[in-house]
Design a protein around this ligand. Structure first.
Ligand SMILES: Cc1cc2nc3c(=O)[nH]c(=O)nc-3n(C[C@H](O)[C@H](O)[C@H](O)COP(=O)(O)O)c2cc1C
Length: 339
């Protein structure tokens, strides 16, 4: 049988008493006062942080932070407060007894009836170890740290290979190896950029290839040979980007080493344009000596040639090659996809 329901609205004072005693930690700050100090904490704030009202009121909440609090998290809070937007962030805080905890902090602006900002509301929850290890913040930080390490390790490998190359009678193979690792290092740097969407693993191909072209021109360039690049932007997954980077650096180096033999001057033009969202066109054009009669590109007998062929096959790239006494133009149409 249905019971008749009597809906009694709570008076504000009663609702406030309930909130004050609730297990959810709450603070209110007053942004109209200097340094946005705490003007109210409920009882649960003391349970979560160990600080009672007398030690919290009048202070900015930053007293909860310490050595391991992440600067990026603080910047996100500053940005949210400035923009008066609601935000949730898992931030490293310290209790009054010095014990560290991960605080899931919800911040929200509070306005009066005229729409003026009067307070900020903060709700704190100390995450359990299990909750903390699932925190998106923590996972992202661990990934960022991992990328940073991989980047440093790759940089170390590049310098070791180069060092070894210098003392070897034929430095060419070690140089090629160093260049290939270097192109991956640049990709990792690109992946570590905060502007890139880390979560999806997609890369700004334009920015990556621009840096790759100038690094390759710097490492393998010759006096008198000018390298021009015109790289537009496109986005693709890091797997595909890695292969495109390796392919481009291989072809560029080959052109710099062989296309201008016997010439004091020359120009190498490298361009990339998107063909819609699903393909790009990469052109590597030199005004050098051209291929000798009957030479096929890529040369399947050289290691570099086989690398190029393998990468083109994996990428599903179509090629159009013209070569003559005005130089060589290699045009590649490469399908790309985002992840
Ligand atoms: C309502 C409110 C509650 C806050 N609660 C916390 C908190 O529990 N822990 C914390 O580390 N920071 C907290 N903050 C953030 C700091 O007060 C401060 O905004 C942050 O440190 C960034 O600013 P700063 O660079 O001036 O320190 C809170 C801020 C507001 C407005």
């Amino acid at each position: 049988m249905d019971k008749e329901t009597n809906l009694n609205t709570l008076p504000d004072s009663e609702a406030f008493r309930i909130l004050a005693d609730s297990p959810i930690s709450m603070v209110l700050t007053d942004p109209t006062l200097p340094d946005n100090p705490i003007v109210y904490v409920n009882r649960a704030f003391e349970r979560v942080t160990g600080y009672g009202p007398s030690s919290a009121i009048g202070r900015n909440c930053r007293f909860l932070q310490g050595e391991k609090t992440d600067e990026d998290d603080l910047q996100r809070i500053r940005d949210a407060l400035k923009a008066e937007t609601e935000t949730t962030i898992d931030i490293v805080n310290y209790r009054a007894d010095g014990v560290q905890f991960l605080n899931r902090l919800l911040l929200s602006p509070v306005y009066d009836t005229e729409g003026n900002l009067t307070h900020f509301l903060g709700i704190q929850k100390a995450l359990s170890d299990a909750e903390a290890s699932n925190s998106a913040n923590v996972t992202q930080k661990a990934l960022r740290e991992l990328k940073h390490r991989v980047k440093n390790h790759l940089a170390m490998i590049v310098s070791l290979i180069r060092l070894q190359g210098r003392s070897s009678p034929d430095p060419a193979p070690t140089q090629s190896l160093a260049r290939r690792v270097e192109s991956l290092l640049l990709l990792y740097e690109e992946l570590s950029e905060p502007t890139v969407s880390h979560r999806t693993g997609n890369v700004s191909l334009g920015s990556y290839l621009s840096r790759l072209v100038s690094t390759t021109a710097h490492l393998d360039g010759r006096a008198g040979i000018r390298v021009n690049s015109q790289i537009e932007d496109a986005t693709c997954g890091s797997e595909v980007a890695a292969k495109i980077g390796l392919l481009l650096s291989e072809i560029m180096t080959n052109a710099l080493q062989h296309a201008f033999e016997g010439r004091a001057e020359g120009v190498l033009n490298v361009s990339m344009i998107p063909l819609g969202a699903t393909a790009i066109e990469v052109t590597i054009a030199d005004n050098g000596i051209g291929f000798a009669e009957g030479v096929e590109w890529p040369k399947t007998k050289s290691v570099g040639g086989r690398v190029v062929l393998g990468l083109m096959m994996e990428l599903g790239a179509e090629r159009d090659v013209t070569s003559g006494d005005k130089g060589t133009t290699i045009r590649l149409k490469i399908p790309i996809e985002t992840q």
